[in-house]
Design a protein around this ligand. Structure first.
Ligand code: 6R9
Length: 649
């Protein structure tokens, strides 16, 4: 880890929303008197009926309840659109850059965003969607994805976006889990020069859905797709019939805004529930202060709206702030590794926010792809999704930022709604690889993993928990509040448990060391090893599987699978390929196994528990220190696994 310190330049600090002195003052105020602090900062959004209660929070297992601004009412879409119309109706809200540079970019004004969102809202109403109903979005990265999110918010429906790279089985599970009334999709999703057949996937998914569910289809490519009479509707057909105005519903601050499924260490992905008032306050405040967004700036977050980063930092945060947000349909390496930088040059991007895996991949292609573009518009760079290694940080800083753009390494989670620990670019001196210090109102603590005791010395290493609530915190797991409490509040009583490990250095800076549970982070995509295991054992030839992560140069972590076959089955390379394709089909290409090791046996305790610690070590090619293996039922299986290990450095 690198301890080089990069202080903000005097010039940046001078023009920034927050400098070092103000950060300290506001941070102290936010902990000293949270009620007063959030009473004031809750005013950054427009309330229909102002709140009188700031917060009501209980982190005690059995009674976990989180409420912010609970008697206030608002409409999230009106905050993201209507309130800007008078002052910036003609300003660009969304710049859309298509997959292919040969296709024309779009500039959508706030006025147009209003009309298109209202149309979409009325189309959803035509299909019978009302307040509280769930709508699943399975979309390409096109403006209609944002319209659909905002349309749901406008009529009080709850959206659940499913990443377009997920398989039809994964989509079906989420449609069933939320009992969605409508799925919004598109004919096809162009990405990297290839079209994903979204509508066909959605058709397959609906075969596995037992309740009545309609399909609203956006035409993106014009590809030939079958429509099912009565169930499927083209958006453009419905839009031709409906008005372009749709009054926003008055919603309570604690009404759910969206559900977003995310992976945990056990079981199927869980539906993280975010509500309206606190979430929007958090998304908008962090967007403005962390990216130091100023009026007129062009801001680009390269995430997909299928992930929380796309929710908070492509759609809700920026639009609540009246920003110009760029939405990119493509991938960093198509048509070539210059694409990101060409888009920055073309649209004069000021703030650029991406994932370490993309930085590492582009770094590997060489700096000439960056150098040929004019990046003088860039003022700030951001990263999110996984720890960034100092080498990638330095390349980002020197080659992309040309040494003049502060880097914000933002640590947060689907569950947290927005950034929790991050530099503020005009205030915080950065250290490559550290997410530095907490945002206002956030109280991180480092606990000893075994005893659960808080480590109070400045230098500390252990599990990362958060001591008190912040407005953007998730409120529950959809349909399973008990699972919410068990996952986040049972291991360390009275705290929100993040699932991450961390180190705090002598300056009080935080360094995330990665997950302490069975969640792995592959190219910034979060995945439960249990999900990949259950996909593998669903294959008729597989009897048992254990999945762990291992260090991967570009992806951060790769997926390493130990697989035992049914008696009599043959262990062949063809079957390896078949299993890889099988997992892609069951979950999606992002879950594709990197290495599959045939395991005639798995190391188990006498009570039958798989010893993952050992499997992780072997996958890391670090089996010199396997620790105590005496409790294993059959110690010999370990020797076989070591001998046939797949990752040899
Ligand atoms: C926003 C997002 C959350 C997990 C989180 C942690 C890892 C995210 C990070 C980071 C180190 C950062 N993570 N940002 N680790 N430094 N700046 O990524 O949400 O998909 O829910 O993943 O990602 O392990 O717990 P999500």
């Amino acid at each position: 880890m690198s301890d080089t310190i990069h202080p903000p330049s005097a010039e940046f600090a001078e023009n920034a929303h927050i400098d070092a002195a103000r950060y300290r003052a506001l941070y102290d105020a936010s902990l000293r008197d949270p009620e007063a602090f959030w009473q004031e900062h809750g005013q950054r959004i427009d309330w229909i009926k102002p709140f009188t209660k700031v917060k009501d929070v209980n982190f005690d297992l059995g009674n976990v309840s989180i409420k912010w601004f609970e008697d206030g009412t608002l409409n999230v879409a009106a905050n993201c659109i209507d309130r800007h119309l008078a002052s910036r109706g003609d300003q660009t809200a969304i710049i859309w850059e298509p997959d292919s540079p040969d296709e024309e970019a779009l500039h959508i004004s706030y006025r147009e965003l209003h009309a298109r969102t209202c149309k979409m809202a009325n189309a959803l109403k035509e299909l019978g969607v009302t307040r509280g109903d769930r709508v699943v979005l399975y979309m390409p990265m096109i403006p209609e994805a944002a319209y659909a999110m905002l349309a749901c918010a406008r009529i009080g429906a709850i959206h659940s976006v499913v990443f377009g790279g997920f398989s039809s089985d994964a989509l079906a599970a989420r449609v069933n889990g939320s009992e969605a009334k409508v799925v919004v999709t598109a004919d096809e999703a162009p990405r990297g020069g290839r079209n994903t057949p979204l509508k066909t996937n959605a058709d397959k998914a609906l075969d596995g859905v037992s309740h009545d569910c309609k399909l609203l289809v956006v035409q993106r490519t014009g590809g030939d797709i079958p429509m099912q009479e009565g169930r499927d509707h083209w958006l453009h057909d419905l839009e031709a019939k409906v008005a372009d105005d749709c009054p926003p519903e008055e919603m309570n601050a604690e009404d759910p805004l969206f559900i977003l499924y995310t992976s945990g260490s056990t079981g199927a992905p869980k539906g993280v529930v975010h509500t309206s008032g606190g979430y929007l306050t958090w998304a908008s405040m962090t967007h403005e202060l962390v990216f130091d967004y100023h009026d007129g700036d062009i801001y680009w977050c390269t995430a997909d709206v299928g992930w929380v980063t796309g929710h908070s930092y492509i759609v809700y945060g920026p639009l609540a702030n009246g920003a110009t947000t760029l939405m990119f349909e493509g991938v960093p390496t198509y048509p070539d590794a210059s694409r990101f930088w060409q888009v920055c040059e073309k649209h004069k991007v000021n703030q650029f926010y991406t994932a370490p895996t993309a930085i590492r991949a582009l770094m590997g292609k060489g700096r000439e792809f960056v150098d040929r573009c004019d990046l003088s518009s860039l003022k700030l760079l951001g990263t999110v999704g996984e720890p960034i290694n100092p080498e990638a940080w330095n390349w980002y800083n020197d080659v992309v930022g040309q040494g003049r753009c502060p880097i914000v390494d933002t640590w947060w989670q689907t569950e947290t709604g927005g950034h929790l620990m991050t530099p503020l670019p005009g205030a915080t001196a950065t250290k490559p690889g550290s997410c530095t210090t907490p945002f206002f109102g956030v109280e991180p603590v480092v606990l000893d993993a075994q005893s659960g005791e808080e480590i109070t010395s400045t230098e500390a290493e252990g599990v990362l928990c958060i001591k008190s609530s912040w407005p953007g915190q998730m409120r529950s797991v959809w349909g399973d509040h008990e699972r919410f409490e068990k996952t986040y509040f049972s291991d360390y009583k009275g705290y929100y448990f993040t699932g991450d490990g961390c180190r705090r250095d002598k300056d009080g800076y935080y360094w995330i060391t990665g997950r302490v549970d069975d969640v792995i982070n592959v190219s910034g995509h979060r995945m439960g090893t249990a999900e990949v295991e259950s996909a593998l054992v669903a294959h008729p030839k597989v009897s048992e599987a254990a999945v762990v992560g291992y260090p991967h140069d570009v992806k951060g972590q790769g997926i390493y699978c130990y697989v035992t076959l049914m008696a009599g089955e043959e262990y062949t390379d063809d079957l390896r390929k078949e299993l890889r394709d099988w997992v892609r089909k069951e979950i999606g290409p992002i879950a594709s196994p990197d290495l599959i090791q045939w395991a005639p046996g798995l190391p188990k305790t006498r009570s039958g528990k798989i010893m993952r610690r050992i499997l992780r070590k072997i996958a890391e090619d670090d089996f010199g220190s396997l620790g105590d293996t005496s409790t294993l039922a059959e110690p010999a299986v370990v020797d076989d696994l070591i001998e046939n290990r797949m990752n040899r450095s």
